[in-house]
Design a protein around this ligand. Structure first.
Ligand code: SF4
Length: 104
């Protein structure tokens, strides 16, 4: 999405904040997933994970183990956990989070 296009216009109309990504493109923070471009949404998600403070973040080996566990789980669907609705890469990145089924 380019500056001055849908996300920015929706953001301005709703009063919702829009944020600039590393690519200079603007992403509305209050759009539904269906209203966003998928690639931009996931870039935003990874930027959020990368920006987690060290004291909040799970240690890298713990994070990898958690994601390995999710990969083996029948409830993983398209990056999301069907038990809790979270994107597992985000849920697993926070040290105090737990798997809703106690798998990690
Ligand atoms: S968080 Fe737990 S229940 Fe959800 S996909 Fe991962 S292992 Fe499965």
């Amino acid at each position: 999405m380019l500056p001055g296009t849908d996300a920015e216009e929706r953001s301005a109309a709703s009063g919702a904040p829009a944020a600039s990504g590393k690519d200079g493109r603007r992403h509305c923070r209050r759009c539904l997933l269906r209203e966003t471009d998928r690639e931009g949404y996931f870039k935003n998600l990874y930027a959020y994970i990368d920006g987690l403070e060290e004291e909040i973040r799970a240690a890298e080996p713990v994070y990898r183990d958690r994601l390995d566990c999710c990969r083996q789980c029948d409830l993983l669907w398209d990056g999301m956990c069907r038990a809790c609705g979270c994107f597992v890469e985000l849920r697993a990145a926070v040290g105090t989070n737990r798997c809703p089924y106690g798998n990690w």
